[in-house]
Design a protein around this ligand. Structure first.
Ligand SMILES: Nc1ncnc2c1ncn2[C@@H]1O[C@H](COP(=O)(O)OP(=O)(O)O)[C@@H](O)[C@H]1O
Ligand SMILES: O=P(O)(O)OC[C@H]1O[C@](O)(COP(=O)(O)O)[C@@H](O)[C@@H]1O
Length: 305
């Protein structure tokens, strides 16, 4: 079973405008409210791919209820820990030129919330993959993911992780199955600037040496790289009109895990990951299965090293 962990779920309120006049009244062309948070987006994509998964995390208030009801309506299995606080609303504003996220901090959690949540890890077996994704609410402190990874490792289960910067580097010695920083995150992590995709290669290889089993580096409209074993692969970008890139990275991770859990083939998994990221950005919400298949056929992978 794949378990996704969203410590700070959100209702994503997506609004599209042609342009925005700051300080004026702006009226939307499109609005959409969907359940979000990185693990939840992964669960949505995994379910679309027909891969069994369960979404874990903290949920509360009427916003939490709306997240849960919407996921249930999409046939997604959840085992959230109910909290007294209220799940956040993140506002995503798209114009013809820009995409802006206005993300909330989220609720404070109590010690009891944390104890209840940790109990949900009791069921883990060595067959499972746990995906940690997104920011942890402040009240959990910086080391919470480390504690959870220890629980995963105790059961000999696999984990994937998609968190920011130095926190990600700190987890590599625990051998995550896959990580997927984007180019900007990687620049920040190593304090470098990349001019070409070839510049990225030593840093991807370094993260393998540090312990990651597979590393994907996504480069938005410039394609993506996979580092696996001693090889490096490049997925060429697909061109199209961006409809909503919220969750593109999460979809990439989900696509990888869905295929990997079946074939254990990292290159096939990478191809599916890139197809899912591509299909997501060219769709207003989650893509249809037929569009996903179409994108999969368009992904071309070449071996660089
Ligand atoms: N402008 C784009 N054109 C085509 N594909 C894109 C574009 N932006 C994102 N994608 C797809 O989504 C994936 C993840 O996007 P990226 O922006 O790199 O990650 P993140 O969402 O984590 O910041 C990319 O590897 C690619 O497959
Ligand atoms: O947990 P974080 O890092 O605050 O991010 C939350 C946001 O991430 C998302 O999952 C989108 O993630 P992406 O970075 O892949 O676009 C949104 O659904 C959500 O609002």
């Amino acid at each position: 079973m794949i378990y996704t962990v969203t410590l700070n779920p959100a209702l994503d309120y997506f609004m599209a405008y042609d342009q925005i006049e700051v300080g004026e009244v702006n009226r939307t062309k499109i609005t959409r409210i969907t359940p979000g948070g990185k693990g939840i987006m992964e669960s949505r994509m995994l379910s679309l791919l027909g891969t069994p998964n369960t979404a874990l995390g903290f949920i509360g208030g009427f916003t939490g209820k709306a997240i849960q009801e919407s996921l249930a309506a999409q046939g997604i299995t959840t085992e959230f820990t109910q909290i007294f606080g209220q799940s956040r609303v993140n506002v995503k504003v798209k114009t013809l030129e820009t995409e802006t996220s206005l993300d909330a901090a989220g609720p404070d959690l109590t010690e009891e919330d944390v104890r209840n949540f940790v109990k949900t890890f009791d069921r883990l077996t060595s067959e499972d993959i746990v995906v940690f994704a997104g920011t942890a609410p402040k009240s959990l402190g910086d080391s919470f993911y480390e504690q959870l990874i220890k629980l995963v490792k105790l059961q000999d289960a696999n984990f994937a992780i998609d968190v920011d910067g130095q926190k990600l580097l700190g987890t590599l010695s625990k051998k995550p199955l896959v990580i997927k920083p984007n180019r900007e995150e990687l620049e920040e992590m190593f304090d470098v600037k990349f001019e070409t995709k070839e510049d990225i290669i030593p840093y991807g290889q370094k993260m393998l040496e540090m312990g990651a089993q597979n590393v994907m580096v996504s480069m938005a409209g410039d394609g993506a790289l996979l580092f696996s074993d001693t090889s490096v692969y490049f997925a060429a970008p697909v061109k199209g009109i961006i409809k909503n890139s919220v969750g593109a990275g999460d979809s990439t991770v989900a696509g990888f895990l869905s295929e990997w859990s079946k074939s254990k083939d990292p290159v096939k998994a990478f191809k599916q990951g890139v197809a899912c990221g591509t299909a997501k950005v060219f769709s207003e919400d989650m893509p249809s299965s037929s569009y996903l298949q179409k994108c999969l056929q368009q992904i071309e992978i070449t071996k660089l090293v």
